[in-house]
Ligand binder design. Sequence first.
Ligand SMILES: Cc1cc2nc3c(=O)[nH]c(=O)nc-3n(C[C@H](O)[C@H](O)[C@H](O)COP(=O)(O)OP(=O)(O)OC[C@H]3O[C@@H](n4cnc5c(N)ncnc54)[C@H](O)[C@@H]3O)c2cc1C
Length: 416
Amino acid sequence: MKKYDLIVVGGGLTGVAAAVAAARQGISVLLVERNGCLGGAMSNSFVYPFMKHSLKDKDKNITRVLSAGIFGEMVERHKEMGGTDIGWQPEIFKIMLDEMITEANVDVFFHTQLADVQVENRELKSVLLAGKEGLFEVEADFFIDASGDGDLMAYAGCDYQLGREEDNLCQPMTTCFRMSNIDNDAFYKDLPRLLELYKQKQASGEITNPRENILRFTGIGKDICHFNTTRVIKHNPTDTAELSKAEIIARKQVLEMYNFLRENSESCKNATLISVATEIGVRESRKLKGVHVLTADELKNSVDFEDSIALGNYDIDIHNPSGTGTYIYKFEPEQYYRIPYRSLLPKETDNLLVAGRCLSATHEAHSAVRIMPICACLGEAAGIAAAEAIKTNTNAHTVNISAVQDKITANGGEIH
Ligand SMILES: Cc1cc2nc3c(=O)[nH]c(=O)nc-3n(C[C@H](O)[C@H](O)[C@H](O)COP(=O)(O)OP(=O)(O)OC[C@H]3O[C@@H](n4cnc5c(N)ncnc54)[C@H](O)[C@@H]3O)c2cc1C
């Protein structure tokens, strides 16, 4: 059986940053991804744009980028490869991630799904993978769960919270889509009128989408509009049957919105539905109940964790898990929060870290720290910690955190 130092499950921004950071420390790394490309929700679910991850420092009159390090490198390389300063090109980003992984000598298995894991005495030993050849096993000394849904930690028997604490309902799922040949300026001017009409049609049942407004973004190309506006509630993203139903419900909402806009706004009358994400976007599912469960109060109070590994200032942003409405709590303009290493650390195992969307946080805190720039930084920290543990013969609980922090900051990352 083939053996690696580290196996990372999930090739989203978390998994890529983890794999690259670890491989750059000289250890052997396998990255396992069930789809055919890297980027995770950005690539498979068309999530766009990168949410706020910098703040203005008035005293120094500068902008401080809170999510830097490997994430900052990704952004720069995307621009150099033909992405632009003003817009962004996710397809180029995706190809750039292939380059980063290849340069770092990470082995990647695409079209390969985690199916199971062997655990003995708090140690993960191997993973069972389902690839084109069928089931096969690969061993490693250390593992990182960057699957978004926390598949690896759940299969390994770690404690987790599905959705919100009171009823396990998760934030709604959304299938993003893009329309071309839209006069975006006219469309934006027309939005208040369209929104009134949308609400009337919602009330009459002609529109089935429970979302309160039409959430859309430009910046992705001339005359193209990106929509993040479908909403599927009360479906469990970790239940195959419910997830499958959610895909169909969301695509029906896409068609509904496309026809609504084409029929009711001059700005969209000649629009084409150019792309619908191949996978519904999952905002929230399993979250580790780790050594530390990050809370909204800790974010609001900007708690200075000794083992801080990443920063953020994105809003607490909860799309209603049970219907219409979105709750937003904005941090003060110069305020930011920290995320501790212990929120990636399961209680039950010694050689596993859980990074990105499936980290250990309450429903509320999670809604802020789940954004892509922060996930990438958490991945980088997990990758560095895994390599440090392997090289110093320590484990996920005993690894020297200040050595990990030094390596994050040496690579341009921000932790305090
Ligand atoms: C609709 C929607 C809108 C959002 N809007 C924004 C936004 O505007 N800006 C922003 O910054 N963030 C946004 N987010 C949040 C953000 O996209 C995610 O939280 C983030 O991408 C999570 O990154 P990740 O790497 O942890 O997980 P993911 O990006 O989900 O990556 C996980 C990867 O693991 C793979 N995988 C999963 N299970 C397995 C398995 N068993 N075996 C093998 N591979 C597996 C998946 O295919 C995927 O590639 C949004 C999310 C959604 C759903």
